[in-house]
Unconditional design. Structure first.
Length: 353
């Protein structure tokens, strides 16, 4: 899932209203105007006004359905570092919570990461989490990095490589640790694009062609599953799930196999209503097709450390081809997409669980 970049205030306000009808939009407008004034005359490497960056970062946060305080802080996140705005000024206009978040993002941005050894990378990730006593600081930083990665082509080759490597070692694993699957996947794909452009382009073309060729096959499998679920009184949605390119690259590398041998490119997701029905759907799928030994994972009974829950299984589908399924409830899907941002502990206290 890739969320489109938000480019203007109206779009941002519409996004907020879609999930928080009672949000204080006047505060968002005020933050936008403050940021526009503070960044006046500044431009990004792309040549566009600098204001486009904080708007885009705030837009990413709306995809995570964060509160207005986080969105206001996102609009202001570079004002302390890159403009003449002061903490006192921000506090007078927007309150202590916003200043605390902006200050936290600024401090994380000042840490220099020099080593890409796994141990050092892990220590750095821990440092980021320990410095951010409010999880919203990390969410803003991830959103900031995501937009910077989306616009990385405007930097020099060496700088692109450096930022992409840091993102792969630090920020993508951080998104994974917080359970925000779509940010992790997009960051990893963008890293591959800049670190190994030829491999990225080859995989992109191969996957696009494969998707086109296989759409009929995917539709056939979807219809068979939906029909079987209806016959068994099971509600739910069945849809195709895109494979992210970095995941395919990792699998090819790890197993020393070719693109053609990555057999679970056909991947479907089933979202149903209850935990019990997840297992019932699994039973239905296994009654239609033979499961592949060693490919079943029960992350509902034993969730991942980042709160992720789903059933995973791979079966020998029509024409003898392998099909991978993820089965989850609506709530599990929300947490799989938004991670800790969707979790009640974040809603209640803002801290890393």
């Amino acid at each position: 899932m890739v969320y489109q970049t938000v480019t203007d205030l109206d779009q941002l306000l519409d996004r907020i209203k879609s999930y928080a009808a009672d949000a204080d939009l006047s505060l968002v407008r005020k933050a936008y105007e403050f940021s526009a004034k503070a960044h006046k005359g500044q431009r990004r490497r792309s040549g566009e006004p600098y204001l486009q960056h904080p708007i885009a970062v705030a837009g990413v946060l709306t995809s995570l359905k964060t509160d207005v305080t986080a969105i206001v802080a996102a609009l202001l996140h570079d004002t302390l570092e890159d403009t003449v705005a002061t903490p006192n000024e921000l506090e007078q206009e927007f309150g202590k919570d916003v200043v605390h978040l902006v200050d936290g993002v600024t401090k994380i941005g000042k840490i220099t990461f020099r080593s890409y050894e796994e141990k050092q990378a892990e220590n750095f990730r821990k440092m980021v989490l320990s410095m951010a006593d409010d999880i919203r600081v990390v969410l803003i930083k991830l959103a900031d990095r995501l937009h910077n990665m989306r616009t990385l082509e405007h930097l020099s080759g060496a700088k692109r490589q450096e930022i992409a490597q840091e993102t792969l070692e630090i920020y993508a694993p951080l998104a994974n640790r917080l359970g925000i699957g779509w940010i992790k996947n997009e960051l990893e794909d963008l890293c591959l694009k800049h670190l190994k452009p030829e491999i990225y382009e080859t995989l992109r073309v191969c996957v696009a062609k494969r998707d086109e060729d296989r759409q009929q096959y995917i539709d056939e499998v979807r219809q068979l599953v939906k029909k079987a679920m209806q016959e068994n009184g099971l509600a739910g949605q069945v849809y195709g799930r895109p494979k992210h390119l970095y995941g395919i690259y990792q699998k090819m590398n790890k197993q020393s196999i070719t693109f053609e041998e990555v057999y679970d490119l056909t991947a479907l997701r089933i979202v149903t209503d209850t935990k019990m029905n997840c297992y019932a759907v699994l039973g239905v799928i296994h009654s239609i097709w033979r499961p592949v030994p060693g490919r079943f994972k029960d992350y509902i009974a034993i969730p991942k450390s980042n709160l992720y829950q789903s059933l995973h299984t791979t079966v020998v589908g029509p024409k003898g081809e392998h099909v991978e399924f993820q089965i989850r409830t609506e709530e599990m899907h929300r947490i799989a997409e938004h991670g800790i941002a969707a979790h009640w502990k974040y809603k209640e206290q803002g801290h890393v669980a």
